[in-house]
Write a protein that binds this ligand. Structure first.
Ligand code: NGO
Length: 531
């Protein structure tokens, strides 16, 4: 029997077979290279403060491209290298990075730090593209990095494929002048309920950087696991790291691995914010060291998802020795100025005990040279001037925090908790706060979320991703994308310029790039992904 008949079955009529064979033998149209494709300046996410596309010829990235920088600044060189890696053609000589020359040679991309005497917003940038050259100017290396992220979205999405690219790279002519609305554009990843290894966290960092996010808060301990090596308390990881929700193997970062993550994030202008949650959410620590328990008896490891049952013994001195050791070791590995002390959902202490504990722990954090951050339950406790309150409970009053002059990070659970399901059909996630579709995550304004909270007290926004129901990078991506883009825009873009319809259209334009990057994003029915 012929191959075709075997494959299609005995009942295929002879006429149909002839047609099939004829088609198979017909000459195929020649494979045409992808035509040079120019992205629109109007599709950038997060939306820039000002975009002025121009008519005219694009800038063509040709072989032999030079990226010109001022000499002597390692961070600027790092940004130039990041750009070079983005546009390098496989199997061709890499673009050159050259020290500043004047005038800027035709066909080059010029990155420069602005004159410090002209005041400009931190992290801002100005990008001008003509057919002759690309110039990017910023007051700081972070601004240059964000300008490069804008350039990235102006390059063809197929650029993100690792395979060779047989087409030219073209940039549309025009001008972008841009600056972030808020200083804090954060994401939080819960590595305690399920552990995510260094590789997964780096991937998350890469995706955040693309959206001009600048904080990654790592929730490093909880009832179900302790995730960072503490040399003075080794049983935290020898015992406390070996569990996770559902009974999986858990895991932890060695101090070297944590330092590597911090450096990786820093090279992408992302500050790592470590969290050790206390006095509650501490079963993993209590299970590792009996002396941290009031009755001196270590509880069994915990792999469920209840909250509120555990607390350090706040009346024992050893508890504070423990906290001081942990904070000191982590602070020494963390160049960023913040240390998150948790403080959420404590159901086994009196208000008085709880407030005294928060008071004391803030001082320990300050002695380690860091500013404390706590979930919004800490607001009624005495707060040091530098302490930051992270709003999460949709109904929680913030007047206490505001009256005390605390700065706020907004993470309202019914808007930007990324572990909330999109809708009833979502296979992973929780729904205790709400179902959060893309529009719910996007369509609100940080300045008017909570009554009587003036914008100047708001540091910014942060999207937590709790991991009770998620177990790998694909799950992370599914819940984070596209909602992370909404959070990035809430944090970055001017309030008056953004609206849901505009965002929806720009989001659709990200799909090809995200697909090329292999991001497992949720194709929300609210977005017309075909555009
Ligand atoms: C709450 C709780 C976490 C849960 C999360 C699930 C805060 C700050 N404490 O948020 O322990 O994992 O909800 O959505």
């Amino acid at each position: 029997m012929s191959f075709t008949r075997r494959c299609l079955g005995r009942s295929v009529p002879a006429v149909l077979l002839i047609v099939l064979i004829a088609c198979a033998r017909a000459p195929r149209p020649a494979v045409r290279p992808e035509p040079p494709f120019v992205q629109s300046m109007r599709q950038i996410v997060p939306l820039p403060a000002s975009v002025e596309p121009e008519d005219g010829d694009p800038f063509v990235i040709a072989e032999g491209l030079a990226i010109v920088i001022a000499p002597g600044n390692d961070e600027v060189r790092g940004v130039a290298e990041h750009l070079r890696d983005l546009v390098a053609f496989p199997a061709q000589p890499e673009p050159r990075i050259e020290a500043a020359v004047s005038p800027i040679p035709d066909g080059s991309i010029h990155l420069s730090l602005a004159d410090p005497d002209t005041p400009r917003a931190p992290e801002s940038y100005e990008l001008t593209i003509t057919s002759r050259a690309v110039t990017l100017t910023a007051p700081d290396p972070a601004g240059l990095f964000y300008g490069v992220q804008t350039l990235r979205q102006l390059l063809p999405p197929a650029l993100e494929h690792e395979a060779a690219r047989p087409f030219e790279l073209r940039l549309p002519p025009g001008r972008v002048a841009d600056a972030p609305r808020f200083a804090w554009r954060g994401a939080m990843l819960d590595v305690a309920r399920h552990f995510f290894d260094v590789h997964d966290v780096k991937r998350y960092i890469d995706l955040l950087a693309m959206l001009k996010m600048n904080r990654l808060h790592l929730h490093l301990s909880d009832d179900q696991g302790w995730r960072i090596e503490i040399k003075s308390w080794p049983n935290l990881t020898a015992h406390g790291a070996k569990t996770e929700v559902g009974g999986g193997p858990g895991g932890f970062y060695t101090q070297e691995q944590y330092a590597d993550l911090v450096a990786y994030a820093r090279a992408r202008f992302i500050t790592i914010v470590p969290e050790i949650d206390m006095p509650g959410h501490t079963n993993a620590a209590l299970s590792s060291y009996p002396e941290l328990n009031c009755d001196g008896v270590a509880p069994a490891p915990y792999t469920g998802i209840e909250v509120g049952f555990s607390a350090l013994c706040v009346g024992k001195e050893v508890t504070y020795t423990f906290i001081e050791d942990v904070v000191t070791e982590i602070a020494a590995l963390t160049p960023g100025p913040y240390f998150h002390i948790g403080g959420d959902e404590v159901k086994t202490l009196t208000d008085e005990q709880y407030r005294a504990f928060i008071d004391r722990v803030q001082r320990i954090v300050a002695s380690a040279g860091k500013e404390a951050i706590g979930w919004d339950e800490i607001a009624p406790a005495p707060l040091l001037p530098a302490t930051i309150v992270q709003h999460w409970r949709p109904e929680s009053p913030l007047t206490d925090a505001v009256e005390k002059g605390a700065r706020l990070i907004l993470s309202p659970a019914d808007r930007i908790y990324l572990d909330m399901k999109y809708d009833v059909e979502t296979p992973i996630g929780l729904n205790w706060a709400a179902y959060v579709e893309v529009r719910d995550a996007y369509d609100w304004d940080p300045a008017t979320l909570v009554e009587d909270v003036p914008e100047r007290t708001i540091l910014g926004v942060e999207a937590p991703l709790w991991s009770e129901t998620i177990a790998g990078i694909r799950d992370i991506e599914y819940l984070a994308f596209p909602r992370m883009a909404a959070v990035a825009e809430l944090g970055w873009s001017p309030a008056g310029r953004r609206d849901w319809d505009g965002f929806r259209a720009r989001l659709a334009a990200q799909a090809r790039r995200w697909a090329a990057l292999g991001i497992n994003f949720y194709r929300s029915p609210q977005v017309d992904w075909r555009h």
